[in-house]
Write a protein that binds this ligand. Structure first.
Ligand code: TYD
Length: 208
């Protein structure tokens, strides 16, 4: 059975390193796997990604932001996620609907029930088998990125990023069977080993 694995976390938590490490590991084992990300992963998603991250003084409201992330998601679910899961491919997705709950609801303050309802419309109920949270204090994560050009989200206040982190931790607490929370200040080999232990378990269970 194909697994749907998502990665979540605040800025500078090391998601891209860990998504790639897991992808390489699965490839080595000849497990059919696809890696994608949000926003992105489709032509529309790439365009929206550029807009959402890099348009300065865009005047974009929180509600518009919520809808644009979900427009990108809806396209990704139809075009990439569902067809590939149906073909038996395991999918690694860098961010998914939990990002929207953490950033647009806990971070921006949009009503939680509305955010979850719109997320559910976009995902059509497609839920991850496993969500890995790379948890990092915002000060530390933002410092890791401070030498690079900062996008709209990285320019937000530390208080905003603290709310996002708190949101993630609450989501994980509410659904412990789906989430694996890892201290992202550990070294990257250790983090990769923790992830592999859980994914290996899920794969062997799926093969039973
Ligand atoms: P990305 O490059 O994926 O961030 P990172 O390098 O931290 O992984 O950029 C995506 C940004 O968009 C990130 O700051 C989080 C934000 N985001 C939301 O606010 N809501 C969402 O639903 C998603 C998918 C991302």
């Amino acid at each position: 059975m194909a697994l749907f694995i998502t990665f979540e976390g605040g800025e500078g938590c090391g998601k891209s390193v860990q998504t790639r490490a897991l992808y390489r590991k699965l490839k080595q084992l000849a497990i059919p796997v696809l890696i994608t990300r949000e926003p992105g992963g489709t032509r529309l998603g790439q365009k929206l990604r550029r807009w959402l991250k890099w348009t300065p003084n865009s005047g974009i409201s929180s509600l518009t932001e919520l809808l644009l992330f979900n427009a990108a998601r809806s396209q990704l679910v139809n075009e990439v996620l569902k067809p590939n899961l149906d073909k038996g491919k395991t999918i690694i997705c860098d961010r998914y609907a939990d990002s929207t709950t953490a950033y647009q609801s806990y971070g921006r303050g949009l009503d939680r029930e509305m955010v979850i309802a719109i997320n559910n419309a976009a995902t059509q109920g497609l839920e991850p088998d496993l969500t890995i949270l790379l948890d990092i204090p915002p000060e530390e994560g933002l410092a890791r990125k401070s030498s690079q050009r900062q996008d709209r989200f990285e320019q937000e206040t530390v208080t905003f990023h603290r709310r996002v982190r708190e949101g993630y931790l609450r989501l994980a607490e509410a659904e412990p069977q789906r989430w694996l929370v890892i201290d992202a200040t550990k070294d990257k080999e250790e983090i990769a080993a923790i992830i592999w232990q859980r994914v290996g378990q899920l794969l062997s269970r799926a093969g039973d």
